[in-house]
Write a protein that binds this ligand. Structure first.
Ligand code: SF4
Length: 352
């Protein structure tokens, strides 16, 4: 009996490329949606043939800009997923959306086809910063989309970027207060990082230093009304992104779409997967356990100390660094607030 798998579907198109973006996506406002959806449908069939009619607890349409997709394309893909797999009754179906690519009618179409959670790329509540980031929308466009989704009773998240050149802790505190007034139950706060081969990489920007970034990170914790549940994610209890929580916790997932990665579990064997046939390789239990420690420690609830994780984790390090790590009552290892700031170092020390 094959366990439930979460599904990630990649939509690699955007209206234009943002100045900081290193995601796999290309600027193409009018892609060949039939060609795209036929490819996705072939991949869904492939996994259906391999795994059978498995249960699917979450589906996540990420990008790129999934909200660029016409409703008909979205319906076609959802119909295929439902015909091949068994969506659980409370299946979480998320679509990422950018302001100005979706209106109320389109959003209703997405909802009718199954979407029950929207993740909006707001990024900033300052028009000049949005322009600097290379976003195509302004603050008003973003607020309108938030308002629209709230009126339709969708579970909602919004993404923000902080730590722009010349940003101060006061700027971040102001941003948090503005976010608090939006009535969100989930948001993601990403530190701006300069990725190679992006327009920002060529601009020699005056970025905040590590200490300043750490102060901003702590300011978010202190000023945002939503509690943190992962390094960059904040939500009220019960409104966490179940898709991401499942994956960070080590649940299997299928990556669909060019370049989308997944982890497939068949008969207790893990496979690393990319696309339908670009890659399908067995992963050792050791390698999978390391992945689970890396992703699990990103979450406030931590990584489950099961047999495979016990084999690779340096418990001595855990006991000797109570300021960074602790063992929870439900048998997990979790990092403290201070530990969150140096997670990469901790992972290097804890994995044997
Ligand atoms: S909308 Fe998102 S995926 Fe598209 S270019 Fe901008 S940051 Fe990248």
């Amino acid at each position: 009996m094959i366990k439930p798998h979460n599904i990630y579907i990649h939509v690699p198109f955007c209206m234009s490329k943002c100045n900081y973006c290193a995601f796999f996506s290309r600027a193409c406002a009018n892609p060949d949606w039939d060609k795209y959806s036929n490819g996705i449908i072939n991949e869904i069939e492939h996994w259906g043939n391999l795994l059978g009619r498995i249960n699917v607890p979450t589906v996540f349409f990420g990008g790129g800009t999934p909200s660029l997709m016409p409703v008909k394309t979205f319906e076609k893909i959802m119909a295929k997923i439902k015909s091949v797999f068994e969506l659980t009754p409370d299946c979480e179906i998320t679509a990422e959306a950018n302001p100005k690519t979706i209106d109320a009618e389109k959003l209703s179409g997405f909802i009718n086809a199954g979407v029950n959670r929207l993740s909006v790329g707001v990024q900033s509540l300052d028009d000049s910063k949005l322009q600097f980031l290379g976003r195509r929308h302004n603050v008003n466009d973003a607020l309108n989309l938030i308002d629209m989704a709230q009126k339709l009773n969708l579970r909602l998240s919004a993404d923000f970027i902080y730590g722009l050149p010349n940003d101060t802790t006061d700027d971040v505190i102001k941003l948090c207060r503005q976010i608090n007034s939006l009535g969100l139950t989930h948001c993601s706060m990403y530190e701006l990082t300069i990725e190679p081969n992006t327009p920002f990489a060529k601009m020699n920007l005056n970025m905040p230093n590590n200490n300043e970034m750490a102060d901003m990170y702590n300011a978010i914790d202190e000023n945002l009304s939503l509690p943190r549940y992962e390094v960059s994610n904040y939500a009220t209890a019960g409104n966490e992104c179940r898709h991401n929580l499942n994956i960070w916790d080590g649940a299997p997932y299928i990556g669909i779409g060019h370049g989308a990665a997944g982890r497939i579990l068949i008969d207790d064997n893990w496979y690393e997967q990319r696309g339908a046939d670009a890659q399908f390789e067995k992963l050792s239990d050791h390698a999978r356990a390391i992945e689970r420690v890396i992703t699990g420690l990103r979450t406030v609830r931590g990584v489950l100390l099961d047999r495979d994780v016990q084999k690779i984790i340096n418990m001595q390090y855990v006991y000797e660094h109570p300021e960074l790590l602790h063992q929870t009552s439900d048998n997990r290892i979790a990092v403290t607030k201070r530990g969150m700031l140096i997670l990469d170092d901790i992972v290097l020390n804890i994995v044997g």
